[in-house]
Design a protein around this ligand. Structure first.
Ligand code: ZN
Length: 286
């Protein structure tokens, strides 16, 4: 396991873990168009991304420090207990405490998208209501995701209904900002619309001192997708758009030699796209 901290010029990225889970559902159910045998080669290449013949998923979040701002990217599954994954509870707050980061330190919570495993620590329960976990933070997401995840049929199809707990209270308390396109969080940190996984999915580019990192979010949720860019998981909302976005992002990071940061890959999720015999592969490490 490599370093959990990376420097990008004057900016810093810390990898944080909320949890690591072996997914109970068979691959065929999660990846309907991928023949089960096609995973074997990738299980040899990326053993930490598998749990036997099933998928192992890290749920990481990232803390970016840039120009005096502390930016938390995504908030994991949250305190739970989450029945769908064996009553597990997220450990992001423990991990932050270990790094001596307090709730008060966070200036911006940037949500790459609004799936449950990215918004769980947005709020904490107080009495009958929900209050922000990070009291000094502005929370930011794309308006297309807010619209999408508020739809009745979309909420009904999730693991459980979560918008009323983790997102709507922030909006009601005036703490949520929505963006409609690319957006500068600091001069070094730029959010870029990368739709497909969800309509308002965003990645975060960190550029400083001639160095680059791309915190890609869920454009890629498994290292095999670096090679198999048309493999959609059932979590991709719009398969065709997700594939176009994935190819574009892979082309870009490969051409730039950027470090890629991947919250669902084995920790710490820092790596690069490399080429071997005409194909792209994930190479873990800085
Ligand atoms: Zn996710």
């Amino acid at each position: 396991m490599g370093s959990f901290r990376m420097q990008v010029g004057n900016a810093e990225i810390l990898a944080l873990s909320d949890m690591n889970i072996g997914i109970g559902a068979p691959m065929q159910e999660l990846w309907p168009k991928v023949p089960p045998d096609a995973w074997k080669a990738y299980a040899e290449l990326y053993p930490d991304a598998f749990d036997g013949d099933r998928m192992r998923l890290e749920v990481a979040c990232y803390l970016v420090r840039s120009q005096g701002k502390t930016i938390l990217i995504d908030t994991g599954y949250g305190p739970g207990p989450i029945r769908a994954i064996g009553g597990r509870r997220g450990e992001l707050m423990l991990d932050l405490a270990t790094r001596k980061v307090t709730d008060d330190d966070v200036d911006i919570v940037f949500l790459s998208h609004l799936h449950l495993d990215h918004v769980g620590w947005n709020t904490v329960r107080r009495g009958d209501g929900w209050v922000p976990t990070f009291p000094n933070a502005r929370y930011i997401c794309h308006e297309a995701d807010l619209e999408h995840f508020r739809k009745e049929e979309v909420q009904a199809a999730q693991t459980y209904r979560f918008m009323y707990m983790f997102v709507d209270p922030l909006d009601e308390q005036g703490l949520l900002d929505t963006v409609s396109g690319d957006f500068d969080l600091t001069d070094e940190v730029k959010a870029v619309h990368t739709p497909g996984h969800t309509p308002g999915h965003m990645s975060v580019l960190v550029t400083s001192g001639g160095e680059r990192a791309n915190i890609q979010g869920d454009v890629l949720i498994h290292p095999a997708q670096v090679t198999e860019e048309e493999w959609n998981s059932r979590f991709d909302v719009d398969w065709d758009t997700a594939n176009v976005t994935r190819r574009k992002l892979l082309d870009q990071v490969e051409a730039e030699g950027a470090t890629v940061v991947s919250c669902h890959f084995p920790l710490p999720g820092f790596g690069r796209v490399v080429r071997s015999q005409g194909k792209r592969y994930w190479q873990t490490g800085l």
